[in-house]
Write a protein that binds this ligand. Structure first.
Ligand code: SF4
Ligand code: ZN
Length: 473
């Protein structure tokens, strides 16, 4: 027997709202769904009239529904927003390339401008390449950290006032649970905030904060929205997946638990004595960071140095890895320069490897290089000056190539000394290293915790969500 819609609209109910249990017809469900989001936006004062807003769009259900509802509400309530789509292309073949096609469809359907920014153009690496380097264990750490910064960069390029993300109530409840389970007080404090962003950053807002995931799926289904629902090919069985499974089990028994957990997170107080990380600017890329060098720069440094695990795990481990790496680099560089020096000596003195005692320039080298024994009369007597200069240039260019190969830039030229011999000196070799700002690259020693990606930026594709893709920026 048909059940009438609970609102008394006179139509028959089509569905039972997961959030409230109300039996509603389709139209009343749409109205309730959209109006709740409107209340969330107005109560949280997420936008101001005339704002430009970037909707973080992955092509998944959350961001597709968000774009659709924001467009609807913008027109219905005259928000006066300039909405656009911002997508990040992580470079995951068979996944992101397909989902971006969905985003392009959204662009056409919703008549919004679209900006796509790729990891390749920002960092020089695609996720496919990163996974080939690091394997499939920590891939989401790289992906999440890079995505966060990529979104910031894209929003800055679009000159928007804020970024609207598709985080829904289930995501936030899971994050509260996870932060409780691992005692992450700093994240627990901020994970329920509807608007995040410190001074100097573009704020992120979550209009779907109180919207149940099941209702998002229903809304997309009944509205026949086009969205992409394949899981990322690199999605691991992450910790979040366990928190999600736990939440789903509890939701079956008590659907309000999602809102209750969010409420608990919102009202939990953090003791003043608990120290929280302060915000500053990364000395390398100038983006906001809680460390001297931001996590994205640490991870990128590791990739570029062939140390992909550099940003994974404790910072003390990262420091040790860097020290070992630098020591190895210096040792190899010294050996290579020694080879070049020996070749240089052979080529530049007419004594050809016998020994030069006179005033020719090979004498300088001989003095500096203790292994060069002086004995003989078959010396060039300084006649090879011209040749020496030429050969010096050649050798210098060899050194340049060598330095480049080792990722080290050339030191300041010291005219008063023999360039090659100077580089053999260890203290000067270190200076060569400094030219690459290696010393600037420090991992904050205060942060000895396991490095965990900010859950706000972790892709939900990592959680193994059933029946739909969950990419939440
Ligand atoms: Fe990136 Fe998400 Fe895939 Fe992990 S699951 S690699 S975070 S897209
Ligand atoms: Zn940085």
């Amino acid at each position: 027997m048909p059940v009438p819609c609970r609102t008394g609209c006179g139509k028959n109910a089509m569905l039972k709202r997961p959030k409230t249990g109300d039996a509603l017809c389709k139209e009343c469900f749409f109205w309730a769904f959209e109006t709740e989001i409107h209340f969330t936006i107005t109560k949280g004062e997420l936008f101001k009239k005339g704002d430009s807003v970037a909707v973080a769009a992955s092509g998944g259900k959350d961001s597709t529904v968000l774009a659709h509802v924001l467009k609807t509400l913008n027109e219905r309530y005259n928000y006066g927003l300039n909405l656009m789509l911002l997508s990040i292309d992580e470079g995951i073949t068979g996944y992101r390339d397909d989902s971006l096609e969905t985003v392009k469809q959204n662009r056409d359907d919703y008549e919004m401008a679209l900006k796509i920014l790729s990891y390749k153009e920002l960092y020089g690496w695609t996720m496919d390449e990163i996974v080939a380097q690091i394997g499939r264990k920590n891939n989401c750490t790289f992906c999440g950290v890079f995505r966060r910064q990529a979104l910031d960069r894209g929003a800055a390029m679009l000159n928007v006032k804020c970024i609207a993300t598709g985080h829904n109530a289930d995501d936030i409840a899971e994050t509260v649970l996870m932060n409780v389970l691992r005692g992450d007080i700093a994240r627990l404090k901020r994970c329920t905030a509807i608007s995040t962003g410190s001074e100097g950053t573009i704020p992120r807002v979550k209009p779907l904060k109180y919207t149940y995931e099941k209702e998002i799926v229903m809304y997309a289904h009944y509205k026949k929205l086009v969205y992409f629902s394949t899981e990322c090919v690199f999605a691991p069985n992450a910790y979040r997946g366990h928190a999600r499974a736990l939440l789903k089990d509890m939701e079956k028994i008590r659907p309000t638990c999602i809102m209750d957990i969010i409420y608990s997170g919102e009202t939990m107080e953090v003791k003043e004595a608990v120290s929280l990380p302060s915000q500053r600017v990364c000395i390398r890329c100038n983006f906001v960071s809680s460390q001297e060098v931001c996590k994205a720069c640490v991870l990128l440094e590791g990739l570029n140095k062939g140390l992909p695990k550099l940003g994974i795990g404790k910072s003390s481990k990262a420091k040790r890895m860097l020290e070992e790496y630098n020591a190895k680099q210096h040792k190899s560089l010294e050996e290579a320069i020694k080879d070049i020096n020996e070749e240089y000596e052979k080529n530049n003195c007419i004594s050809k490897g016998k020994v030069c005692r006179s005033s020719c320039k090979s004498k300088q080298t001989a003095q500096i290089n203790k292994t060069h024994k002086t004995t003989s009369e078959t010396c060039c007597n300084g006649q090879s000056d011209e040749k020496l200069n030429t050969d010096n240039d050649i050798t210098n260019s060899k050194v340049k190539v060598l330095l480049k190969e080792y990722g080290l830039s050339e030191p300041a030229q010291d005219d008063s000394s023999n360039l090659i011999a100077v580089k053999i000196d260890h203290s000067n070799t270190e200076k060569v290293g400094n030219a690459t700002n290696d010393d600037d690259f420090e991992v904050d020693s205060h942060n000895t915790d396991e490095q965990i990606v900010d859950e706000d930026d972790t892709c939900g594709g990592a959680c193994g969500k059933i029946d739909s893709l969950h990419i939440s920026f």
